[in-house]
Write a protein that binds this ligand. Structure first.
Ligand code: FE2
Length: 360
């Protein structure tokens, strides 16, 4: 721990109570908490205390695994008989690992179970608990992106990127799971979509001060030029960051001709007004302070590489890079929605809850 905890440990139960209320949990419902070997006990205790206050059913399903947030998917649920049936029978799942793209979650969603991932430190959960208006801004963004046919991204650093939209899914998360089958994560606020297969073209230029949040947690230190043709990154130029990208993607090829790690994956932007920009400088590579913040900075454009199976495609590579970029201009069908890093489409703006402390 680089800095001392700021929230009172006992306040976690109150935060959980509020989160379950945001999730519209009713006394007649049942929650399954899917924990793992790395889940701190205080999260379970807080969830149980909050559930007891509401009067709903809750139990813990502890997986024999220790997930990290640098690998997506948690198929371990398949290995335990009865687990999927329990998830289908539940009203809500709280998961302490990344469940995106898993078949068991798809089965749960089809049965109406809603999913809430909790991956962050309690201080972050307190700061980022969904403020009023975030759901409205998020769903507005989702509808707008879902209707668009083209996404274009420009920047002074040289980014000139475009792709077609509409074939794959568009998703949004607003920080709580209040609708049947909805998947969310406590603390986020963003919209994501996936380019039509083979449609991504152009140049993406990362610049110093842009961020990595997956698989590494660091600021981009040098300019990186990514050339993209027919949905695939075909050239990477730069210094340390370029080498890290190349090495990571190359290491995940399953065969010599496997280019799945090099595909453009989800694209989108942060919407959460309480995400503050200095968190990597404050916390360094402590991912527990950055899982949701790193995807939620309002107006940051999140460029990513790797899979699209979650959105209806066939690319299921485990290689996934998330790179929030700052200062870009984003256009949907030639309409500017983000101008040099600032959201200008007012429907996507939610008001922050002050004070917005930086350096904490
Ligand atoms: Fe991602």
């Amino acid at each position: 721990m680089l800095r001392p905890r700021e929230t009172n440990p006992m306040s976690l139960a109150f935060l959980y109570r509020k989160e379950l209320e945001l999730c519209k949990v009713r006394p007649d419902e049942t929650i399954v908490v899917i924990s793992n070997l790395a889940t701190p006990a205080e999260y379970i205790e807080a969830a149980f205390a909050a559930a007891a206050e509401i009067g709903c059913g809750i139990y813990e399903m502890k997986l024999n695994a220790a997930f990290s947030t640098t690998h997506i998917g948690g198929e371990h649920v398949w290995h335990t008989k009865g687990a999927i049936e329990a998830i289908e029978a539940a009203d809500m799942v709280i998961a302490h690992h990344i469940t995106l793209g898993t078949e068991w979650m798809a089965r749960g969603r089809a049965a109406g179970t809603r999913f809430l991932m909790i991956l962050d430190h309690p201080d972050v959960l307190a700061r980022m608990q969904s403020p009023p208006g975030l759901k409205e801004a998020s769903t507005y963004a989702r509808e707008k992106v879902a209707k668009a046919k083209e996404l274009r991204v420009l920047s002074r650093a040289g980014t000139d990127f475009r792709c077609g939209l509409g074939e794959l899914r568009t998703v949004t998360q607003w920080g709580y799971a209040d609708e049947p089958g909805h998947v969310d994560q406590w603390g986020v606020g963003h919209v994501s979509t996936w380019p039509n297969i083979g449609s991504a073209e152009g140049t993406v230029v990362l610049q110093p001060g842009d961020a990595w949040v997956l698989p590494y947690v660091r600021y981009v230190e040098d300019f990186v030029h990514l050339d993209i043709e027919k949905g695939v990154i075909v050239n990477v130029e730069g210094k340390t960051d370029a080498k890290l990208i190349r090495d990571f993607c190359e290491a995940h090829r399953k065969r010599a001709e496997d280019d799945n790690p090099w595909h453009v994956s989800h694209l989108g932007w942060g919407i959460h007004p309480n995400a503050v920009l200095d968190q990597i400088a404050v916390h360094g590579p402590d991912i527990s302070k950055l899982v949701c913040t790193g995807r939620a900075w309002p107006g940051s454009f999140l460029f990513s590489t790797g899979p699209n199976a979650q959105a209806g495609g066939t690319n299921d590579t485990a290689a996934h890079i998330d790179l929030p970029m700052f200062g870009t201009t984003v256009l949907l069908d030639n309409e500017v929605v983000i101008e040099e890093g600032r959201i200008v489409d007012h429907g996507m703006i939610a008001e922050p809850v002050y004070p917005l402390n930086v350096a904490s």
